[in-house]
Design a protein around this ligand. Structure first.
Ligand code: 1HN
Length: 345
């Protein structure tokens, strides 16, 4: 029943005029397009240890000046998608970016949305739509679609961050492009200050939802404290996870990718629900083992891994005394908008 015919089964005299008229028979491809029960995924379970990335990134710092590179990035390319596709999952691009003291990565804006998770270093800033965001380890900084952004570094040591973009999807949609611009003027007030305290906003001289994403920087110190408070307030709850949200709408911080911070209690083993979206995990603090499908990876601080959708992921904190903290980005907002989101438990 499932044995559909193959293209080779058709006689060449039939195939030749098809090709000439840009016509293709569906039936030889139908099973591959709609496999039984679970989608075929190019995305493989993969891990990029920071210990491997860091020396190569520093070497790039010596080999390639910033004015030549514009953005000095090593892309975390999922082997299942091949090195040329520059993608970690179907919708997620991942890269580790290096900015050296005194360097400036010039202003541009583009259609893909970006978030940056700071991995190491101090003294760099990224200016997004005029808001000069300080970059501290563990901070999440948003660059929503179409917003001017540039990076500057006045500190003494290299700064490295993880870029997470929805570039593969936007590129697939033939909607990816950029525009270069001059150095931005810096505005005095930040969404981060205006929305600093949950439930409170300034009463005077404050415009509600002046733009689609009112808060651009989510300082790690606040996120970490929120996770520790959640763990204390809900002692019986297995998954101690917070979602980075838009403080005006309560919705996701970006339209395509979702961002989360996960705490593992000391000694905790946590199986994540099997869901349709692929995800990336980045260990901010601690030590954790992760099993993606059948594949185990031992994560040290600043290591990044990636899991295809429809796959079981289990996280274990290797420390019995200390919590571990991970940053997670996934394709959930996209899957929900498209109506293909599934949670298989
Ligand atoms: C980009 O604009 C940045 O602004 C980093 O730092 C990585 C990867 C692809 C396309 C644009 C940045 C990027 C990118």
């Amino acid at each position: 029943m499932n044995d559909l015919s193959r293209l080779e089964d058709l006689p060449p005299p039939y195939l030749e005029p098809l090709a000439r008229h840009s016509l293709v028979p569906l039936w030889p491809s139908l099973r591959a397009l709609l496999p039984p029960g679970v989608p075929t995924r190019k995305t493989q379970a993969a891990c990029w240890p920071y210990a491997a990335i860091r020396p190569l990134l520093m070497q790039a710092g010596e080999l390639t000046p910033i004015d030549k590179a514009e953005r000095r990035v090593l892309v975390l390319a999922n082997p299942g998608h091949g090195p040329e596709s520059l993608q970690a999952t179907a919708a997620i691009y991942l890269g580790m970016q290096l900015l050296l003291p005194g360097e400036w990565a010039p202003a541009h804006r583009h259609t893909p949305n970006a978030v940056r998770l700071i991995v190491e270093g101090q003294g760099a800033t990224t200016t997004v739509a005029g808001e000069q965001c300080v970059m501290e380890r563990g901070d999440l900084i948003l660059t929503p679609t179409g917003q001017w952004h540039e990076h500057a570094h006045e500190g003494p040591a290299p700064v490295v961050w993880l870029d997470v973009l929805d570039l593969p999807l936007v590129h697939y949609l033939e909607a990816s492009y950029h525009v270069n611009g001059p150095r931005q003027g810096v505005v005095p007030e930040h969404g981060e200050q205006l929305y600093a305290q949950g439930g409170l906003v300034p009463s005077v001289d404050f415009e509600r939802a002046a733009r689609p994403q009112p808060m651009l920087r989510y300082p790690w110190a606040q996120v970490r404290a929120a996770l520790l408070a959640l763990a204390t307030n809900r002692p019986g709850q297995a998954s101690v996870q917070v979602t980075y949200t838009n403080p005006e709408t309560g919705g996701d911080v970006q339209p395509i990718l979702g961002c989360y911070a996960q705490m593992l209690r000391p000694g905790q083993r946590l199986r994540l629900p099997v869901r349709s979206p692929a995800m990336v995990l980045h260990l901010i603090e601690g030590a954790a083992d992760v099993v993606i499908g059948e594949q185990p990876f031992a994560l040290a601080e600043a290591d990044t891994c990636c899991a295809p959708g429809y796959t079981e992921v289990t996280l274990s904190n290797r420390s019995a005394e200390l919590p571990a903290f991970l940053f997670i980005a996934d394709e959930t907002p996209l899957h929900k908008k498209l109506g293909v989101f599934e949670n298989r438990g």
